[in-house]
Design a protein around this ligand. Structure first.
Ligand code: NAD
Length: 283
């Protein structure tokens, strides 16, 4: 007999209660209930408009070739993503993860999202794996600045684009990782360490198609580095495989390939709060 939703919620809560180092991985799906569309879900930005996906593949190369022109094109473009996403508020799923962290049952959130909603909900230990739309980052020295420190429209009018790094003088780009762009070294190494040392990974609202992020559950499942190596680098001896479960509207390659141990199918904004309530009832 298939487990019921309440069986699965209880199973997830018990797994979290048993874990010593639980982490959450999140993707665009956790923010759809805040009004930010995902890319590849049925109402996704790219599902509806494949041309935008093509542009996303070109963005990094275009920036490297001519950062000034790139910034002008962005500021003159039809979509002001900062204005649109800046109004979004965290939903019950973000709040529940922040709550779980406060009660010390969740050590870290690794997110692919660039929308800052985990931080807005109160999560303190967040790795912005693909960056944060409210920051600019230097590709040379990796230093980050708040986007509010620059009046980009004024800089365009006075011919001062692109914004420059205050540490090394190189052009700044939005702190958002585009296709073909390396993951910032700090986010990549800290995430890999987390995947090596966690004993529970809850994977929420990601299609698990974008690598290297989608490789993190595979690391946690297989511990591809030796336990000795991870002990030397992180001081933590991991179990062979972390418990991995997904919360998603639909199955993913992690489900289909048996990387995750179980899928709780449904909305993150409904399911995560139920799991957290069950954890709190069991403490
Ligand atoms: P994706 O669009 O590839 O997949 C989203 C997944 O979430 C799908 O499997 C979908 O079925 C599921 N989903 C959608 N709404 C859900 C809900 N309410 N509850 C449960 N599941 C839900 O997203 P991805 O895997 O994160 O990869 C896309 C890339 O796009 C990421 O790198 C991310 O940086 C970027 N992105 C970010 C945002 C954001 O910051 N909010 C939004 C769009 C895209």
């Amino acid at each position: 007999m298939n487990p019921t939703m309440s069986d699965l919620i209880k199973r997830a809560a018990d797994d979290i209660l048993e874990a010593r180092h639980a982490i959450a991985l999140t993707g665009a799906g956790i923010s759809t209930e805040s009004g930010i569309p995902d890319f590849r879900g049925p109402d996704g930005i790219w599902t509806k408009n494949p041309e935008l996906e093509q542009k996303a593949y070109e963005a990094y190369g275009d920036f490297r070739v001519n950062p000034k022109k790139w910034w002008i094109d962005q500021l003159e473009g039809p979509v002001n993503i900062l204005e649109e996403w800046g109004k979004a508020q965290p939903n019950a799923g973000h709040h529940a993860l922040a709550d779980l962290e406060k009660s010390n049952q969740l050590k870290r959130v690794l997110t692919q999202n660039i929308d800052n909603l985990h931080q807005q909900a109160g999560s303190q230990n967040v790795i912005d794996y693909h960056g944060n739309i409210f920051k600019l980052r230097c590709l040379n020295c990796n230093s980050r600045s708040s986007i509010e420190a620059f009046d980009l429209n004024q800089m365009k009018t006075t011919n001062q684009l692109p914004p420059l790094c205050k540490s090394c003088g190189d052009p700044l780009k939005p702190d958002v990782v585009y296709f073909g762009e390396p993951i910032p070294v700090d986010a990549a190494s800290e995430s890999e360490e987390e995947a090596l040392k966690c004993d529970l990974m809850m994977v929420c609202g990601t299609s698990a198609l974008v690598y290297p992020f989608a490789g993190l559950p595979i690391i946690a499942a297989g511990r591809q580095r030796s336990t000795l190596e991870s002990y030397l680098t992180s001081g933590h001896v991991p179990t062979k495989s972390a418990v991995i479960f997904e919360i998603n509207d639909e199955p993913t390659p992690l489900t289909n390939e048996g990387i995750s141990h179980y899928l709780i199918q449904g909305k993150t904004g409904e399911i995560i709060p139920q799991i957290v309530a069950a954890v709190k009832a069991g403490i």
